[in-house]
Design a protein around this ligand. Structure first.
Ligand SMILES: Cc1cn([C@H]2C[C@H](O)[C@@H](COP(=O)(O)OP(=O)(O)O[C@H]3O[C@H](C)C(=O)[C@H](O)[C@H]3O)O2)c(=O)[nH]c1=O
Length: 186
């Protein structure tokens, strides 16, 4: 029995996964990752890292992050406490959906995860206090490969549901996109 139902999004390669919840009188079990199943849905390698973030206040935005090649990464993003608006932006050079984004609510309740291919920037806004996020990464963290877009860049036109707050110093410093920006090799 599959534990992940894949839902396509308007952006090719970016998939919304519904993690099937197995319940009984004690509660439930859902899988956060399954190499057998996820290979078929786009995760084509080992997990290099699994990270957790905790965010105290609603309205906080983390992002919009990506790693440059050769450390570009697939990310599987899951919310295990609270809820967020999760956003992935297509940065793939030549993509027909270049610079378009897809936004979806991830929450501890809705058992959704976003499977984000290489060539995308990722970020989220917390919709509740005390959010916990789990990320599986297909590439190791390399500070020298870190890059980011500004979450409030008018060129991205992301409609954050709450007033944006608590941007990190680094996230506040991401430059706005120039009209010449071509994206990243996917
Ligand atoms: C990603 C990462 C970061 N770090 C260090 C670097 C900084 O000193 C510190 C916080 O990193 P950052 O400010 O990039 O963390 P977030 O802003 O919460 O980024 C996270 O949220 C956004 C939405 C994402 O998409 C990132 O993948 C995810 O890491 O942890 C590590 O040591 N290892 C790692 O794998």
């Amino acid at each position: 029995m599959t534990r992940f139902l894949r839902h396509e999004t308007p952006i090719e390669g970016l998939a919304l996964l519904e993690r099937v919840r197995l319940g009984d009188d004690r509660g439930f079990l859902t899988r956060l990752f399954c190499s057998e199943e996820l290979t078929a849905t786009g995760w084509n390698g080992p997990i290099a890292q699994i990270n957790e973030t905790g965010t105290r206040q609603a309205g906080t935005v983390r992002g919009m992050h990506f790693q440059l090649p050769p450390f570009a990464e697939i990310k599987l993003v899951t919310c295990v406490a609270g809820s967020v608006l999760d956003v992935a932006i297509d940065l793939r050079k030549g993509s027909p959906t270049f610079l378009q984004h897809f936004a979806v609510e991830l929450s501890a309740k809705n058992t959704r995860s976003l499977l984000i291919p290489q060539g995308f920037a990722h970020g989220f806004q917390t919709l509740t206090d005390n959010v916990r996020m789990i990320y599986a990464h297909s590439a190791p963290f390399r500070a020298e490969a870190e890059a980011g877009l500004h979450a409030q860049d008018p060129a991205l036109a992301i409609d954050w549901p709450l007033p944006v707050s608590n941007l990190s110093v680094r996230d506040r410093s991401h430059p706005l996109l120039s009209p010449e920006y071509q994206g990243v090799a996917a």
